[in-house]
Design a binder for this molecule. Structure first.
Ligand SMILES: [Zn+2]
Length: 274
């Protein structure tokens, strides 16, 4: 079973908002600029980092968050991922920035994007906002997964109300075949809602990025019941020792089969990986 990191930010030092680099400073050896550059310099340097951490595939996220974290465009991320089947680009469509989300989606698909990552808490919209319905419809039609940031964020400018997973209930009801992934599993306030929605809706998934793996069964005591809908991700560069997180998941009291699905099997199925 491959190991898939479903949540890897490939935003470069010059694309991040300046405060983000200050925030990273205590987390990394050397300067944040050097650290980001070492991994993201070229697709080859990123592949070396993935090898080092024991990761086979990484979902590489674009972001259009001018009010919060920064902007790494869909074009730039698609180009970065072009030369390697191990780097899987996910586009971001910000409803305040894209005048025509459906055309932007089609342009992204042509340039190689294999899914969407939406950031309600950094872009200030509710996931059930009707402005996005045509986008969801098209995304459902072409069969791509869409991941939403859910739950808390400690970043300046984040507005947490938009991270409540309950708004995804509308989306799941109105688009019953759309693959929905709740990044961070409703972190902080809403683990119970995220879990309930995952059990209720066939195509709704929990992604566990940013949750300390050793606490997973505290947040989701019945995690094993939905093990076929739980997806691992790192949130790099917020987490730098991804291998330690993988080891920590391996040491949880879950069936080996469940761990394999969480660490990559489920992602491979959603992404159509070998
Ligand atoms: Zn993230």
């Amino acid at each position: 079973m491959p190991i898939v990191d479903f949540h890897f930010h490939v935003t470069t030092a010059d694309e991040y908002a300046p405060w983000f680099l200050d925030w990273m400073s205590p987390v990394v050896n050397g300067t944040p600029e050097e650290y980001l550059h070492r991994v993201l310099d070229t697709p080859e340097s990123m592949r070396e980092y993935l090898d080092e951490q024991g990761i086979d595939y990484a979902v590489c996220l674009a972001e259009t968050n001018p009010l919060t974290t920064g902007v790494s465009t869909n074009n730039r991320v698609a180009e970065f991922c072009q030369s390697s089947h191990r780097l899987i680009p996910f586009a971001n469509i910000n409803p305040y920035v894209s005048p025509d989300p459906v055309s932007e989606l089609m342009r992204c698909v042509e340039s190689g994007h294999r899914g969407l990552k939406l950031y309600p808490v950094y872009q200030y919209f509710y996931p059930n906002d009707r402005r996005l319905y045509r986008l969801y419809e098209k995304t459902q039609d072409i069969g791509l997964p869409v991941m939403f940031h859910t739950g808390s964020s400690s970043f300046p400018g984040a507005r947490l109300k938009y991270g409540d997973p309950i708004y995804l209930d509308d989306v799941a009801v109105d688009f019953p075949h759309l693959t929905i992934i709740m990044a961070h599993g409703g972190r902080g306030f809403w683990y119970d809602r995220a879990f309930f929605l995952t059990r209720l809706h066939k195509h709704v998934h929990i992604e566990i990025t940013g949750l300390p793996p050793q606490n997973l069964l505290i947040y989701f005591p019945e995690l094993e019941k939905v093990a076929d809908k739980v997806i691992f991700g790192s949130d790099w560069p917020a987490v730098t020792d991804i291998a330690a997180n993988i080891a920590s998941i391996r040491s949880l009291p879950l069936a080996d089969e469940a761990k394999d699905m969480i660490l990559g099997g489920n992602a491979a199925r959603l992404l159509g990986l070998p």
